[in-house]
Design a protein around this ligand. Structure first.
Ligand code: AMP
Ligand code: MG
Length: 501
């Protein structure tokens, strides 16, 4: 065993919340990667780990001492339609492990075999989606986005049947919480208000302990979830990230990005970009993510309503007041984030601040419009912009070359430089702070695809390890690694992503 000390407050919620079940052993587990830094936070010693033991534990073949595995029950709105019974169909919750400052993190295997909630699924994961989730979730963490983390990935030695036979894998995810909006919907739809309340108390205790003493703690919880979600989605937007399947069962109440299925980082910018093969109406398109955020939060409000006030009308009013703040919360986070990406601070006097915010919003929106028109690469646009001086110079050329219509972008640069003249920081300071929010590297779709092909088709994990190592430092230029910085060549473009279920 590896010295994980499990406790499991979720288990104490009682039978209706889960099904106790064990992972189904696999024939030949082999460790692909183990996240030593994260393991140390969980109290696992850095030295003396045996790979066979790690492969055993993180494939589900070995049950760690003190661990009482279970599958969680939840419901969810999928593409707008309600499904009353989802649940962990291919994931198994291992329990919580205490980390520093009294917080706990939850551990879960994904791909570890069928559960009571598997419906027609096999409970397994193909290796490709396992590698994808590992790379993406760890990259998001390094990019400063709240997210579930990846602790381990293993191959199973067994094939899974998808469009074709693919090698199987298991990923171990670590989260502040695996409670979703859909977890609340599950009980609310059954009219089981007692369980909704128990779950809310559990979430407050685990993730929002500062709200324990709040006057109306359930309303305070809802408000806190709204604030975190608005901030999270603004961060996605600032990185050109498209989650792809923002069903209510894939929205964490802890405000972390969860469920890396068909998600993708955009290459060239398009407002309504969609990658997911199953998102045919564009419900989860890039520019629709903020709207879906509030739609999902409205479903959470509905589930929590009886806890807000005894009088239904009053409960609705309280929920609406908070939901109405979402637009402003999001707009403020959006503006702060895109200002930072463009090197603009907001140090205006209060009366001038509103005008400045309006002008900056228009300036930043027009940059996105010009990027869309010119089919400019999202990441390189901001990375190259970060290197420009406040006076026009040689380096303008590499930025302008990203745009099919360089004149329009030149005109924007003129407006940007006029705006910069109101700033007090030096070029050097501004460039430094811009480069701390505009990454050089993100996990580009075609690179992930190359990683998956090498692993699935040739059992070769070198590309996976190279990309993973690079993404440990997404804001630092690393020499010899330009191919990871650049958008795909014509033949390499990935047009669609798949959830791999
Ligand atoms: P997702 O779209 O990955 O969030 O999954 C939606 C629901 O389908 C969840 O309840 C999953 O547990 C379940 N699911 C997805 N893939 C499988 C699978 N291969 N076997 C069993 N259940 C699955
Ligand atoms: Mg899910």
């Amino acid at each position: 065993m590896i010295n994980l000390v499990f406790k499991n407050r979720y288990l104490a919620l009682g039978e209706g919340f889960y099904d106790k079940c064990k992972p189904t052993p696999v024939t030949q587990p082999e460790l692909i990667i183990f996240n030593h830094a994260l393991a140390q936070q969980l109290g696992v010693p850095a030295e003396g780990l045996d790979e066979t033991v790690l492969a055993g534990i993180f494939s589900g073949n070995l049950i760690h001492e003190g661990c009482e595995p279970l599958a969680m029950a939840y419901a969810g709105h999928q593409f707008g339609g309600f499904n009353p019974q989802l649940g962990d169909g291919r994931a198994i919750y291992l329990g919580e492990v205490e980390v520093a400052d009294g917080h706990s993190l939850d551990l879960q295997l994904k791909g570890s075999g069928p559960t009571r909630y598997s419906r027609n699924g096999d409970g397994r994961a193909a290796l490709g989606p396992v590698l994808r989730e590992y790379l993406l979730s760890e990259a998001m963490h390094k990019l400063g986005v709240p997210t579930t983390r990846a602790l381990a990935a293993v191959t199973t030695g067994e094939d899974v049947a998808r469009e074709k036979l693919s090698p199987g894998g298991v990923i171990t995810r670590v989260a502040s919480s695996f409670i979703r909006v859909g977890s609340f919907e599950y009980f609310a739809r059954q009219g089981d208000q007692l369980s909704v309340k128990k779950l809310a108390d559990y979430v407050i205790e685990r993730n929002y302990p500062e709200l324990t003493a709040a006057g109306n703690r359930y309303l305070a919880l809802f408000e806190a979830v709204v604030i975190r979600q608005a901030g999270l989605i603004a961060k996605w937007m600032q990185l050109g990230f498209i989650h792809g399947v923002m069903n209510t069962d894939n929205m964490s109440v802890a405000g972390e990005t969860i469920d890396y299925g068909p998600c993708a980082f955009m290459d060239f910018f398009q407002h309504d970009m969609v990658y997911s093969s199953i998102d045919r109406q564009g419900r989860y398109a890039y520019n629709n993510q903020p709207n879906i955020g509030v739609w999902n939060l409205s479903r959470l409000a509905e589930a929590l309503l009886p806890l807000f006030a005894d009088e239904p009308d009053q409960a609705v009013k309280l929920a609406e007041d908070i939901l109405q703040r979402y637009a402003d919360l999001y707009a403020n986070e959006w503006l702060a984030g895109f200002r930072a990406k463009c090197g603009l601070s907001a140090r205006a006097m209060p009366e001038a601040a509103i005008k400045l915010a309006e002008d900056d919003t228009a300036l930043l929106q027009s940059l996105l419009d010009i990027m869309a028109q010119g089919r400019a690469d999202f990441h390189l646009t901001f990375y190259y912009l970060s290197q420009l001086d406040s006076e026009p110079g040689d380096r303008d050329v590499q930025l302008l070359a990203l745009f099919s219509d360089a004149d329009t972008m030149s005109a924007w640069l003129l407006r940007w430089r006029q705006r910069l003249s109101a700033e007090t920081q030096s070029d050097h300071e501004r460039q430094f702070s811009m480069l701390s929010v505009n990454p050089v590297y993100i996990p580009r779709n075609h690179q992930i695809e190359a990683v998956i092909r090498a692993a699935e088709d040739h059992n070769d994990f070198s590309a996976f390890h190279a990309l993973h190592a690079l993404l440990q430092n997404p804001f630092s230029y690393q020499s010899g690694m330009d191919k990871y910085m650049l958008p795909p060549a014509a033949g390499e473009v990935v047009h669609q992503t798949f959830c791999g279920t």
